[in-house]
Design a protein around this ligand. Structure first.
Ligand code: PLP
Length: 405
């Protein structure tokens, strides 16, 4: 019998955050090894609870959640999202221009499926969160990468972005605060990026799922507020800020002059209707999540666990003979790299495999985030600070062994 061949559309699609290294880690665990897993930004796995009032909102509405809901999501939840977006300065946002999905993941795919023709180009950051590349490719598009280099503090260069624009370019994607780099973008930079989009008729898509996870005094600037009347799609959700990854609730909000995105909005609605609706039960948590002050700030402020975890990583890098790091200002990750002069032939994939096999620590190699010739590794800031200190001892041991060979 002939074997079942998968679609060739998948040939260039990768998601190494849960890839071969993760499968190897599971094998090692099955063989009795204790693995420190730093590959996924999944707060619930590291002892962070979803705020109880979100849980209670869901429990109180179980009986109201048994039927299919509106394809765009619960109206009361969409009201709360629209109010949040308007309070941030987004223009022309109302419940008709909000879509709730089963996580931001579903909506990233939907937003590109509603937009792209075969061969259309999408400007993506390098490094990116790899679902953005995957969803672009799966929907017939071509990723075109603008660099967010460590030597520039992982900030994009608007001139480089504009130089990549061709007649086929349709959209410009930002991830802010950024996964994997932890960079956040100042308003002046966003103004230049919006100007690039305006000059070239690009749809702005901004993944702001880490919008309230900030470690320093630098404020988060929502792109929609800068974009004004320009069409802009902003993504947010419960997974990270509200520590509820498993609820699978994310949203997108379409701002800017409604007439310019009316057909696109209708395409989103059609695609949303084809999958009927997002999980209704979990959407009840959106209302208290957005109406009450975010509880994550207790964790990210000095003395809070995430702030201490970032400090443990900064200390680990400072003590290293090999590593350097742009201090992450937001999100849940650090993206250190091995200095070129410290180890010229460094291979991030080989390193990550050795770290797993020899020291039982799972990280994600930087090249998994669509970076050419990466010398980076990504690790999440979610473990206890003491465990992160131990991780850097182990990383240093592997690097020293590699340097000695
Ligand atoms: N966007 C970014 C930048 C992420 O880091 C993640 C998850 O790690 C997602 C989207 C997916 O989020 P969700 O759990 O809402 O699907």
């Amino acid at each position: 019998m002939a074997s079942i061949r998968p679609s060739t559309h998948l040939a260039d699609v990768r998601y190494e955050i849960r890839g071969a290294l993760t499968r190897r880690a599971r094998e090692l665990e099955a063989a009795g090894r204790d693995i420190i897993k730093l590959n996924i930004g999944n707060p619930g796995r590291y002892g962070f609870d979803t705020p109880p009032h979100l849980r209670e909102a869901i429990a109180g509405h179980l009986r109201d959640s048994e039927a299919y809901g509106h394809e765009q999501g619960l109206e009361a939840a969409r009201e709360a999202i629209a109010a949040q977006q308007r309070a941030r300065g987004a223009r022309h946002v109302d419940v008709e221009r909000i879509f709730i999905g089963n996580g931001v993941s579903e909506l990233i795919d939907l937003s590109l499926r509603a937009l792209l023709q075969p061969g259309d180009e999408v400007l993506l950051p390098s490094p990116d969160y790899p679902l953005w590349s995957a969803a672009t490719i799966l929907n017939g598009g071509q990723p075109r990468y603008y660099r967010c280099l460590a030597e520039n503090g992982h900030q994009p260069d608007p001139d480089e972005i504009e130089a990549l624009v061709t007649p086929r370019t349709r959209a410009l994607v930002l991830i802010n605060p950024n996964n994997p780099t932890g960079a956040i973008y100042p308003r002046a930079l966003l103004e230049r990026i919006v100007a690039v989009a305006a000059r070239n008729d690009l749809l702005l898509l901004t993944d702001e799922i880490y919008d309230e996870i900030l470690y320093d005094d630098m404020p988060f600037q929502p792109l929609a507020a800068v974009a004004g009347n320009l069409p802009c799609v902003s993504f947010g959700g419960l997974s990270k800020v509200h520590r509820a990854c498993g609820y699978r609730v994310g949203w997108l909000s379409l701002s800017g002059e409604p007439a310019r995105s009316a057909e696109y909005r209708d395409a989103l609605q059609l695609l949303a209707a084809l999958r009927l609706c997002a999980n209704v039960t979990a959407q009840w948590a959106v209302i208290p999540a957005l109406q009450d002050a975010p509880t994550i700030t207790a964790l990210t402020a000095p003395g809070g666990r995430l702030h201490e975890a970032r400090q443990a990583v900064l200390d680990g890098v400072a003590a290293s003979r090999y590593l350097e790091l742009v201090s992450p200002a937001g999100a849940l990750y650090a993206f250190p790299q091995v200095r070129a002069e410290a180890m010229p032939g460094f291979d991030d994939n080989a390193f990550a495999l050795r770290l797993l096999e020899e020291e039982h620590v799972l990280v994600v190699p930087g090249s998994s985030f669509n970076v050419a010739a990466s010398r980076h590794l990504r690790l999440t800031l979610l473990p206890q600070p003491a465990q992160l200190r131990e991780v850097f001892v182990r990383i240093e041991r592997v690097l020293a062994r590699m340097a000695a060979q």
